[in-house]
Write a protein that binds this ligand. Structure first.
Ligand code: ACM
Length: 261
């Protein structure tokens, strides 16, 4: 299967400009089966206040952004994972939607909120779902979730072959974790990061795709729009044997890990 990322610079509070930018880059992803977009791709990141975040949030069932993604998904026969600023009633979530040509196929809400996100968003309440796309199984983490190895492991234990990671990464060493987590869990990982500076916060670009042995397949530039699509051999993520006598999951000794829970 072919999969990849679309790296761009969302504009704060300008959904329609963000849609236009994504639309202009999508032809470069036309061969992909699965494409990952950055976190909060509809709205930008560094809101002035919770009210400002609300003004730029959308309900998934009435979202111009989601409707746009469904249309493009059908046009290119492509599954798309995209971060979005989601409202539901009086609550805001830092979410990612999985869009298939048939429509909304899944959703994840960010569990680990970074810095001032804690003043704006609710903690995700949908757990860590894994979605079967037919040709692969995929799970989603959003940006700062990366620093918690537990969530990568849980998605892998639930059968994810490919972990999609919409991001607005700030910490300069974050990308280093992506291939390492893939190596530990034998998954393909796709981090779609944004770039640019928004009200004093700079995002690091360098979107990355890594393989189940910790190899970086591609990395984007730190500061420009970029779409990269690569071939993924899903069988490599399904082989969990480390040696003929060691298995990624079966060799764990949970009774030694009681502090984890
Ligand atoms: C982040 O979680 N957006 C740094």
């Amino acid at each position: 299967m072919k999969a990849g990322f679309l790296q761009f610079r969302p504009e704060l509070g300008n959904r329609d400009r963000n849609i236009a930018k994504i639309k202009s880059l999508l032809p470069d992803a036309k061969d992909a089966g699965l494409l990952v977009l950055p976190e909060l791709a509809n709205s930008g990141y560094n809101f002035l206040s919770k009210e400002h975040a609300f003004e730029n949030a959308e309900e998934v069932s009435k979202s111009v952004f989601v409707d746009f993604l469904i249309e493009e998904s059908g046009k290119y026969n492509l599954n798309i994972v995209a971060g979005m600023n989601e409202c539901e009633g009086d609550k805001l979530y830092n979410s990612a939607v999985l869009i298939s040509p048939e429509g909304l196929a899944g959703k994840y809400r960010k569990i680990h909120l970074f810095w001032n996100e804690k003043d704006i968003f609710e903690k995700g309440d949908l757990g860590l779902p894994v979605f079967d796309l037919g040709y692969c199984k995929t799970g989603i983490l959003i940006c700062f979730d990366w620093i918690f190895p537990e969530v990568w492991r849980i998605l892998a234990l639930k059968g994810a072959d490919v972990i999609c990671h919409p991001s607005n990464l700030v910490l300069p060493y974050a990308q280093q974790a992506v291939p390492v987590q893939g190596m530990i869990n034998r998954t393909f990982n796709i981090t779609a990061n944004r770039y640019g500076t928004e009200r004093g916060v700079t995002f690091s670009g360098k979107s990355i795709i890594s393989d189940p042995f910790g190899k970086t397949i591609v990395t984007a530039a730190p500061d420009k729009d970029e779409v990269r699509i690569v071939e993924l051999d899903i069988a490599k993520a399904r082989d969990k044997m480390i040696t003929p006598r060691n298995h990624v999951f079966e060799d764990r000794i949970p009774e030694e890990y009681s502090q984890l829970v």
